[in-house]
Design a protein around this ligand. Structure first.
Ligand code: CAA
Length: 390
């Protein structure tokens, strides 16, 4: 089993790191404070091909594999978790399903500008009463001739404040439950599509999280993604890919915290020597480095599984859930320890670790909580009647 990055992936990593250090890192702390959505930086990332990393070149993307995508999200998140999740949403929650389930006309109209970063997408599944229980959709889409009329409310929509296009899920046949949900690509400038001000949060505060209110929004039948009733499966299979992005985001956040903790441990002196001389700190850092690497490998394994299902069919829900669960929980442990190593300074805004600590917290919640991932993994274990997770 070869775990080395290919030459192309190494080059990509180096160029994304340069962009992240030069352009993304300087804005990370300011936008965390102001909550300003980094739209111009998203457009710059788009020019570099980072808005549609795994989208085929014929549809405006970079035509790379999913491991490359995980590398991009990790490198960006290592400098700014906000940009990490914004790119993750656009790539894996919006571009990916349009590429997989869209027709050529939809790809031309929606995918090309999204993959180039000329337009920004958001993914609107969650509702006040449909969080972990995503099938409990109350937003209603009623067919009226050549369009649907959509009414309802969505909450916690990342990128919603700035999105041009919204991949929206709504009930077309409530009596059919999850088999009665359909997916639509909705133009966010449509009459009746309203959004709240962005919500101020504990972390990832510049990711444009809003509520969306839909009042008789007219959506052409031509903008329905997939067949009527396919929406829940589209949402679930899309989230399998999205979870790889969030796992990579968690790895990037933890990597930044680890690097900060190593630098601080070398510079800070106590009892007449650098604190990195003390075994307790060395052991902390050894555990942190081990955990970050383990999460990175699980994330890349899930990304490779996604690529293999593209060729061979099947699902990679287990690999994605395992990577997201471990990476998100790892990020809590690593950022907590990094803050502790910094002592009182870690609790101030002088160092990045307090932001890492806050940003890491959401990775255990969005795109499926840790509890939902344990449920998915347990279902897979018992479905297979064995423990073939190696
Ligand atoms: N791929 C394809 N199909 C899938 C699937 C997958 N990964 N998972 C389930 N399905 C199919 C099932 O096969 C089933 O099909 P049939 O009707 O043909 O039998 C159907 O979908 C219903 O599946 P379940 O019975 O498993 O559905 P459930 O109601 O028990 O829900 C769940 C399962 C895992 C709990 C799911 O609701 C879930 O993942 N919840 C979490 C939701 C979530 O992650 N929300 C994130 C919001 S987006 C976000 O957070 C973005 C952001 O801000 C950054």
């Amino acid at each position: 089993m070869n775990l080395d990055l290919s030459e192309e992936q190494q080059l990509l990593q180096a160029s994304v790191r340069e962009f992240a250090e030069e352009v993304v890192r300087p804005q990370a702390a300011p936008i965390d404070q102001t909550g300003e959505f980094p739209r111009a930086t998203f457009a710059q990332a788009g020019e570099l091909g980072l808005a549609g990393v795994a989208v085929p070149t014929e549809w405006g993307g970079s035509g790379m594999d999913s491991v490359s995508y995980a590398i991009v999200i990790e490198e960006i998140s290592r400098t700014c978790a906000n940009m990490g999740v914004i790119l993750s949403v656009n790539n894996s929650l919006v571009c990916d399903p349009i590429e997989k389930f869209g027709n050529d006309d939809q790809k031309k109209r929606f995918l090309v500008p999204l993959a180039r970063g000329e337009k920004l997408g958001c993914f609107a599944l969650t509702e006040p009463d449909a969080g972990s229980d995503a099938g409990n959709q109350k937003t209603r889409a009623v067919l009226e001739g050549d369009h649907y009329r959509i009414t309802g409310q969505k909450v916690f929509i990342t990128c919603g404040s700035n999105a041009d296009l919204c991949l929206l899920f709504a009930m077309t046949s409530p009596e059919k439950k999850t088999r009665g949900i359909s997916a639509f690509v909705v133009d966010a400038s449509s009459p009746g599509f309203d959004r709240s001000r962005h919500q101020v949060k504990l972390g990832v505060n510049a990711s444009g999280t809003v509520e969306i209110f839909l009042t008789d929004v007219k959506v052409p039948v031509a903008d329905r993604l997939g067949a009527e009733g396919d929406g829940f499966k589209i949402a679930m299979s899309t989230l399998d890919g999205g979870r790889i992005g969030i796992a990579a985001q968690a790895v990037g956040i933890a990597q930044e915290a680890l690097e900060a903790a190593v630098a601080y441990a070398k510079a800070r002196k106590a009892f007449g020597r650098p604190i990195s001389d003390f075994q307790v700190l060395r052991f902390y850092l050894a555990d942190m480095a081990t955990e970050v690497d383990a999460a990175r490998l699980l994330t890349r394994k899930a990304a490779a599984a996604k690529d293999s299902t593209r060729k061979n069919g099947g699902r990679y829900s287990m690999e994605a859930a395992t990577a997201k669960l471990f990476a998100a929980e790892m990020a809590q442990r690593v950022t907590t320890k990094a803050l502790q190593i910094h002592g009182g300074y870690g609790y101030t805004k002088e160092y990045p670790v307090e932001r890492n600590f806050r940003d890491a917290r959401i990775t255990e919640i969005y795109e499926g909580t840790s509890e939902i991932h344990r449920l998915i993994i347990a279902r897979e274990i018992f479905k297979d009647a064995g423990l073939s997770i190696g």
